[in-house]
Design a protein around this ligand. Structure first.
Ligand code: PLP
Length: 360
């Protein structure tokens, strides 16, 4: 049997150990006689799971005490509106860094709420780099950036100083892939379906002094302060997704935490980028110092070979390598759950495919 490796960008592969545990206790969670899917979110057992998940995430990302951790719904996309609704605090201005499709969507949404200034952009290059200098307005409410552009494969590996202006970060596709200086941020948010767990859960890490000033007239479900007061349970939370995320957090701790994952993620990405760069078939246009460790988009020198590439890859157990529909081409996502062996198998296949089609 060929091993299966899922390179999909999201919903993405999760650790096998997590699936096995979920499977083993699906019908009887912690001796309750009930499935986790039917346990009350108000029960002591679920509250304990929730608190442990928050504590594990705090430990993994070294989150300071004056930040709240929220487990919400609505995806990163809901945060595109919740961030301005909460963080504007009467200022009416927000600055955004434009680096690809996801920051574009965040900008589009923010324009419904305030005066948006593009403090830096790589749009003119076709999103092939992460800007190193930002022209931030001193009276802006916050500066928003996308830590990793999942579609364009561009990642910020360092950040400019923004002084007292809070940073707001969409970290959907790189959270937990490496350590992060949470204290430099006002807010970090991430849809779970890349590196945390199932779709339907959104993790928000927000500095306490930025809460409690939501715009007037907003729905209750938008107010970070209210959601935090109710420990993310103002309404029924996504219990199953939180459960799976809690198992992923435990798994991450067993792997040695995010510092250990960072080392592995570097090795995985280096192997694949080396394969692409030494070949005359595969092309990645992102500036080397800004390449994403999580999402590696590439095209073929002969685009006519794409369909054949995908067909043969699938026959080798290498799944979901098709690029995002908006940009085409191919893309390999190398989130935490992708083992090194998966990247080795991909690179072996890519080398063979190039050679058999007259490339090197
Ligand atoms: C996937 C993704 C999103 C969209 O997330 P949803 O959960 O579908 O709203 C936003 N930003 C980034 C960086 C992503 O990778």
């Amino acid at each position: 049997v060929t091993a299966i490796f899922n390179f999909g960008a999201g919903p993405a592969a999760l650790p096998r150990a997590v699936y096995l545990q979920a499977q083993a206790e699906m019908l009887d969670w912690q001796g309750s006689g009930l499935s986790i899917l039917e346990v009350s979110h108000r029960s002591a057992a679920f509250i304990a799971l929730y608190e442990q998940a928050v504590a594990d995430l705090r430990e993994l990302l070294d989150i300071p005490a004056h930040y709240q951790v929220l487990f919400l719904q609505g995806g990163a996309t809901a945060q595109f509106s919740m961030v301005p609704a909460n963080l504007l605090r009467g200022k009416g201005k927000a600055d955004y860094i434009q680096t690809g499709t996801w920051s574009d969507k965040a900008i589009l949404e923010a324009r419904r709420y305030c005066d948006v200034h593009i403090a830096a952009s790589s749009a003119a290059s076709g999103y092939t780099f992460a800007p190193k200098q930002w022209a931030v307005r001193p009276d802006t409410a916050y500066v928003h950036y996308t830590a990793n552009e999942t579609i364009h494969g561009v990642e910020f590996h360092t950040l400019p100083e923004t002084g007292a202006v809070p940073l707001a970060c969409d970290m959907s596709s790189s959270i937990l892939s490496r350590p992060v200086d949470v204290a430099r941020h006002g807010i970090i948010y991430a849809g779970a379906q890349k590196n945390i767990g199932p779709a339907g859960l959104t993790v928000v890490i927000v500095r306490e002094d930025l809460m409690g000033q939501v715009l007037p007239g907003q729905p209750a479900m938008v107010d970070y302060q209210l959601l935090a007061e109710h420990r993310s349970m103002y309404n029924t939370p996504p219990t199953f997704a939180i459960y799976i995320a809690s198992l992923v957090f435990k798994w991450l701790k067993q792997q040695g935490g995010v510092a250990a994952l960072q080392v592995l993620n570097h090795r995985k990405a280096e192997l694949l980028y080396h394969c692409i760069d030494q070949s005359n078939l595969y092309i990645n246009r992102v500036q080397p110092q800004d390449r994403s460790l999580m999402n590696v988009p590439f095209t073929l020198d002969d685009p006519g070979l794409e369909t054949e590439f995908l067909r043969q890859a699938e026959a080798h157990g290498l799944l979901q390598l098709k690029g995002h529909r908006s940009v085409g081409g191919l893309r390999a996502s190398l989130y935490n759950a992708m083992p090194f062996a998966g990247v080795q198998a991909l690179v072996r296949f890519m080398d063979d495919f190039a050679r058999t089609h007259g490339f090197s």
